[in-house]
Design a protein around this ligand. Structure first.
Ligand code: ATP
Ligand code: MG
Length: 261
């Protein structure tokens, strides 16, 4: 692991419960995430991992509990407000505009940062023109960083799946987030694509200092790159600690690690 310095708690999840009708998707979940950390969330299918991310970024409103981000506590906030506070995410099922080019998808991700009004933007005059130039420059930096220069103008739908996932990461990075939530960024990838994605996640964490919350089923990856791991099972937290602590936790082995993952 790098010699990076883990900071203060940036995200604090307290006593979160979430119900869908009769299903308790999450029950009294608490954990925190420290600045610059890579924090993994693991657990069997249906454990509540995606639901947890959806609570953090305002897609779902928890039935109980609160979330504190950089000292600001909220229980009801919509995804745009959460995004404006500096939390971005990628989705288990890609959320890209398939017919649009890579660069336009990244510009769409950047939209949150664009301040001038739509009328000036449409005319491309005055401050809007200058702003657009700056935003394009930033997006080009992300494209270089993710090594997707060759596909800048390619419609996303024509790219192989592994590259689409990389573009989705780029779309989230275009928001310049402080915290990046990644929902199974390596699912469905071959070994080489996984290695690339792992390297990009580590580089984002290292070079941009971005804090990362990562849902991942590949235990090799989780044990390799995360600083601390939360384990969920049937909506409950059954483990929380360093990869070594979690790996040796009896309950975690019984519920998850023993099942061939
Ligand atoms: N919108 C929804 N409406 C009803 N039930 C839901 C909804 N979203 C999730 N659930 C239920 O909540 C529970 C947790 O689901 P969730 O998708 O969070 O699990 P997960 O850990 O991400 O699973 P996977 O590894 O398969 O992605 C499951 O029982 C699921 O069926
Ligand atoms: Mg999920």
């Amino acid at each position: 692991m790098s010699k990076k310095k883990i900071g203060e708690v940036i995200l604090d999840v307290r006593n979160i419960s979430l119900r869908f009708g009769g299903v308790n998707a999450l029950t009294d979940i608490s954990f925190n995430v420290r600045e610059h950390e890579i924090r993994a969330i693991i657990g069997p299918n249906g454990a509540g991992k995606s639901s947890m991310l959806n609570c953090i970024n305002g897609v779902y409103t928890p039935s109980e509990g609160s979330i504190t981000f950089r000292g600001q506590t909220f229980s009801h906030m919509n995804s745009r407000q959460v995004a404006e506070m500096g939390v971005a995410r990628t989705f288990q099922n890609l959320a890209l505009f398939k017919g649009m080019s890579v660069i336009d998808n990244l510009m769409a991700g950047r939209n949150l940062k664009i301040k001038s009004n739509l009328f000036l933007q449409a005319l491309r005059i005055g401050p809007a023109a200058r702003e657009e130039v700056q935003h394009r420059a930033f997006v080009e930096r992300i494209i270089d960083f993710l090594e997707i220069q060759a596909y800048r103008k390619t419609p996303v739908g024509q790219l192989p799946y592994g590259l689409q996932k990389r573009v989705d990461l780029g779309r989230a990075l275009a928001m310049e987030p402080q915290v990046l939530l990644l929902d199974e960024p390596m699912a469905g990838m071959n070994v080489e694509e996984k290695q690339d994605m792992c390297r990009f996640i580590l580089d984002v964490n290292d070079e941009f200092g971005t804090t990362i919350v990562l849902i991942e089923h590949d235990m090799g990856v989780v044990m390799d790159i995360s600083d601390r791991v939360v384990v969920l099972d049937y909506g409950k937290k059954i483990g929380d600690g360093t990869p070594d602590e979690v790996r040796n936790n009896e309950e975690v082995i019984r519920a998850y690690l023993g099942t061939g993952h």
